[in-house]
Design a protein around this ligand. Structure first.
Ligand code: NAP
Ligand code: ZN
Ligand code: ZN
Length: 370
């Protein structure tokens, strides 16, 4: 039966119009797209987006590096904003609260992983964008004016955490914090290597120092040395192409967090690890990785992988970051600059995270191009 006029009006009122920056194909060029967001479900939180970080995963997804991209695509999973409305079952949040959303917007909420707080391992995990939602629509991410999210996937910003510098923690922060926690790489005095000083890497350095570790950056960019040792507080800096520096650091590290977005030879990097040392892959280069078995076997090395983190760990990470003053070093850009920002990110030209000022600039861009 067709809906009555009254029902249609009702539906219309409750389905919200929003606008986002969308790519139409794997050229990845973003331009405004009018979208609707679902009406507020009983467990939903409606969020006016104020800031959204630009993660390298957004770039991989826009360019279809992982061969699973759906278009139009609105990327963005480092979302910070303000609650405008909540569903009737929501008690954790109210209008006006400062909140964040990361890489997930839902999961089955009943499997073993979900029960243990690892929604990030749930087979029914729904990603913030490029994922099929429960209603069959494809999810749109945070390069947009607003979003509606199940309350379980919303975290609270502590008072001391700024929305702009805190937004990148929703992906970059939890992605490095979670493996540090679960692989014992958060222990004072241990030696942590951070491979790749980008969005993820620079936050890993800060968490490592907050945990009282010795932190060495392993980088392909000699130009980052001064900042790494100065502002970011790293103890040492190794240029990965410098054979002497690499040799001097052989067998000294307890663990390495590998955040590199490109395929690079990993064999020399395992040489930096002590016996029983671990490399945790969080970077997601396009092609398979190649490691001769002896490299792992000879002195009992571990290669592990890690994907973002569960929701309670995400809140824990944000609270701990606020306590220790860990925030991202950001370059705030307007919505009109987003394509340039993506080009610069592809060229490794950002110190260390772009954050889009959605709240002050998205409307203007949408108005001029429509
Ligand atoms: P990013 O800001 O671009 O940082 C990546 C860093 O890798 C660069 O700053 C650079 O550091 C290094 N790098 C890049 N290209 C390189 C090359 N050709 N050779 C050597 N080093 C290179 O990216 P991000 O946002 O931190 O993300 C990093 C990776 O993690 C991406 O692949 C992303 O998709 C992935 N990711 C995974 C998860 C997860 O859950 N596992 C979550 C978020 C992101 P130096 O200049 O210091 O060498
Ligand atoms: Zn990300
Ligand atoms: Zn589940």
């Amino acid at each position: 039966m067709a809906p009555t006029a009254a029902e249609q009006t009702e539906h219309h009122q409750h389905t919200r119009k929003a606008v986002g920056l969308a790519a139409r194909d794997d050229a990845g060029h973003l331009s405004p797209l009018a979208i609707t967001r679902r009406s507020t479900g009983d467990d939903d939180v409606v969020i006016k987006i104020l800031y959204c970080g630009i993660c390298h995963s957004d770039l991989h997804a826009l360019k279809n590096d992982w061969k699973n991209s759906r278009y139009p695509m609105i990327p963005g999973h480092e979302i910070a904003g303000e609650v405008t409305e909540v569903g009737k079952n929501v008690s954790k949040f109210k209008a006006g609260d400062r909140v964040g959303v990361g890489c997930m917007v839902n999961s089955c909420r009943s499997c073993e992983s979900c029960d243990k707080g690892f929604e990030n391992h749930c087979p029914g995990m729904i990603l913030t964008y490029n994922s099929v939602d429960v209603d069959g629509t494809v999810t749109y991410g945070g390069y947009s004016s607003m979003v509606v999210v199940h309350e379980r996937f919303v975290v609270r910003f502590p008072d001391a955490m700024p929305l702009d510098k805190g937004a990148p923690l929703l992906c970059a922060g939890i992605t490095v914090y979670s493996p540090m926690k679960y692989h014992g790489l958060n222990v004072p005095g241990l030696h942590l290597g951070v491979l790749g000083l980008g969005g993820l890497g620079h936050v890993a350095v800060k968490f490592g120092k907050a945990f009282g570790m010795k932190v060495t950056v392993i980088s392909s960019s000699p130009g980052k040395k001064e900042e790494a040792l100065g502002r970011l507080g790293a103890d040492a800096f190794i240029v990965s192409k410098d054979a002497d520096e690499m040799k001097a650091a052989m067998s000294t590290m307890d663990g390495i967090i590998n955040t590199v977005s490109a395929n690079i030879p990993l064999t020399p990097l395992f040489g930096l690890l002590k016996p029983n040392g671990k490399m945790i892959m969080v970077g997601l280069p396009e092609k398979p990785i190649e490691i001769p078995p002896f490299v792992l076997v000879a002195t009992n090395k571990t290669l592990a992988g890690s994907i973002i983190g569960g929701m309670s760990d995400t809140q824990e990470m944000l609270d701990l970051a606020a306590k220790h003053g860990v925030t991202a070093d950001i370059e705030v850009v307007g919505a009109e600059y987003v394509n340039t920002a993506l080009e610069r990110l592809a060229k490794n030209d950002v110190r260390y995270r772009f954050v889009i000022d959605i709240g002050n600039t998205l409307d203007k861009v949408a108005a001029t191009t429509e």
